[in-house]
Write a protein that binds this ligand. Structure first.
Ligand code: XIL
Length: 424
């Protein structure tokens, strides 16, 4: 009876009810976070809390658990009756989306290769989920730099065009990395000054080409080794240990506005104390000398069990204390680091979810102005570099937010939950 009555109201006063629902939303948001979660209120499963969901809710209003049609998903307050409290909880999330990019007030990014741009399912997943992209390979020197002063822009352009067409930002990765060195750099026959001039020319050209189209660049990737020394590689050999500072200056000269990041891995691992100290010293040194640096990228290739979140928080705090922006730049979470699984288990997937919540929550504790964003290192599990680049030593691995069928995993829900608990 009550249901029929409510249906009548809905039909007659659709607009008024919608306005009421939307108007109450901000007032009730706090209430709703204690009472419900977005995913649960998405009865029709289209990842938006919309009018269809509202109708579904209204249709069972007043039912108790003993009656037919009772839907426990709608019993947000758990009292076995779909009542006004549940209605308020539902209304408070009306109009919201369950997608990461809509829930976050900072960029949520993904790394991808141009080959995925012709994969419709992946493209649609990327468009609805993420607000930032990073090239997994295409914006590194090896694919771009075909010789001194010669360039192949095709793949990098395709990524930037894709981002622009879909309202996403681009994080440039990376101007220099010892694992993506073009052959001509390795074989460079000129002297060290000529080598540095060629590197400067490369950085200047790339940064200027994407000026205004790329919001940020990792200037140097993994420039410090595990002992806390400037990594012994072609660049330090040719340009000396202070080369990192000069490359930041060259990038800044090329674009006064682009954000400049130093990006590295493992900095919260127990084995990396010297490395982390060296990275923090480098920041202090840059700041003392007036070398431009805007942020730090923590790659965050971690596992379900290590490193401890307290160590990650310590590293984050040190970066925040120095006033820099923080980028969780390459998040993936291995659930099979010891190779004991041949299939993902529910238990491990839940532990992976717990890790996502820990990381995202730690990120939310960074002051807003220093929150650069979180980038996931790959679209769906089969795409992970850990398998494709042979880093999981033949072990199967499922480190990302979406599964083999592109369905969101518990890890994805963990991200959503962490965003909801933040209360914006
Ligand atoms: C990886 C890409 O994901 C692979 O597709 C590519 O073959 C090699 O590089 N740390 C980094 C990233 O900073 O650039 C690496 O990306 C993964 C480790």
């Amino acid at each position: 009876m009550l249901t029929l009555y409510l249906f009548g109201i809905v039909q007659k006063h659709t607009k008024i009810l919608l306005c009421l629902a939307l108007g109450l939303t901000p007032i009730l948001t706090g209430f709703a976070h204690a009472q419900t979660d977005l995913k649960r209120a998405d009865f029709d499963g289209n990842r938006k809390i919309n009018f269809q969901d509202f109708l579904a809710f209204v249709a069972v209003f007043g039912k108790t658990s003993s009656e037919q049609g009772f839907d426990s998903r709608m019993d947000f307050n758990g009292d076995n009756t779909i009542n006004f409290q549940d209605f308020l909880a539902f209304v408070a999330v009306f109009g919201q989306s369950v997608e990461l990019k809509d829930l976050a007030d900072y960029p949520v990014g993904v790394s991808l290769q141009t080959k995925y741009l012709t994969d419709d399912a992946r493209v649609s997943l990327i468009k609805r989920t993420f607000s930032s992209i990073t090239g997994g390979w295409e914006m590194k020197p090896k694919p771009i730099s075909t010789g001194p002063g010669t360039y192949d822009w095709r793949r990098a352009d395709a990524l930037v065009d894709f981002a622009e067409a879909n309202n996403m930002q681009v994080h440039g990765h990376t101007l220099l990395w010892h694992q993506a060195v073009p052959t001509w750099m390795e074989n460079f026959s000129g002297d060290d000054a000529a080598f540095e001039a060629a590197i400067k020319e490369y950085i200047t050209t790339v940064v200027q080409r994407y000026r205004g189209r790329v919001v940020s660049w990792d200037v140097v990737n993994e420039g410090i080794d595990g002992r806390g020394k400037v990594r012994d590689n072609l660049f330090s050999q040719r340009m000396g240990n202070d080369y990192i500072a000069r490359l930041f200056q060259y990038a800044r000269e090329a674009d006064p506005d682009v954000l400049l990041f130093y990006n590295d891995y493992g900095t919260s691992q127990p084995w990396a104390r010297a490395k982390r100290a060296a990275m923090l010293n480098m920041i202090d040194d840059f700041q003392t000398r007036g070398i431009p640096i805007d942020g730090i990228g923590l790659q965050m290739h971690i596992s379900y069990k290590s490193p401890d979140i307290s160590a990650i928080r310590e590293t984050i705090d040190e970066i925040v204390r120095r006033g820099l922006k923080l980028h969780i730049s390459e998040l993936d979470i291995r659930i099979n680091p010891d190779g004991d699984l041949s299939e993902p288990t529910q238990e491990r997937l839940e532990l992976q979810k717990k890790r996502v919540i820990e990381i995202v929550t730690a990120f939310h504790q960074v002051p807003e102005a220093q929150r650069f964003g979180i980038t996931i290192w790959g679209i769906a599990d089969p795409d992970t570099w850990l398998i494709q680049a042979g880093r999981s030593q033949g072990r199967p691995e499922w480190p990302l937010l979406f599964d083999d069928h592109l369905q969101p995993k518990p890890a994805y829900d963990g991200f959503v939950e962490a965003l909801q608990n933040k209360g914006f």
